[in-house]
Design a protein around this ligand. Structure first.
Ligand code: FES
Length: 79
């Protein structure tokens, strides 16, 4: 979904930028141009960054289970 109409920045581009270490709307502006025209996208861009952050910290570690085809979810200290 397009987040910044002016600079044509999508939510997936923001997620990719987050994975590369960009964690603020200001940094998104420097790297992708987001928010550099009308600025109306900044609040939603912040929400997308927050979601990316939660998805990263909430992801569990999975281990292969020798007992079958299923995997085991283990405790994630970062969650
Ligand atoms: S919609 Fe992002 S700067 Fe206008």
């Amino acid at each position: 979904m397009l987040v910044c109409v002016c600079k044509r920045v999508s939510d997936s581009m923001i997620h990719d930028a987050y994975e590369e270490g960009i964690q603020s709307v200001e940094s998104l502006g420097q790297h992708l141009g987001l928010g550099q025209c009308c600025g109306k996208c900044k609040p939603y861009a912040q929400q997308v960054l927050d979601t990316a952050s939660k998805n990263t910290s909430a992801s569990g570690v999975q281990m292969w289970s020798p007992a079958g085809a299923s995997t085991l979810n283990v405790w994630n200290p970062a969650a």
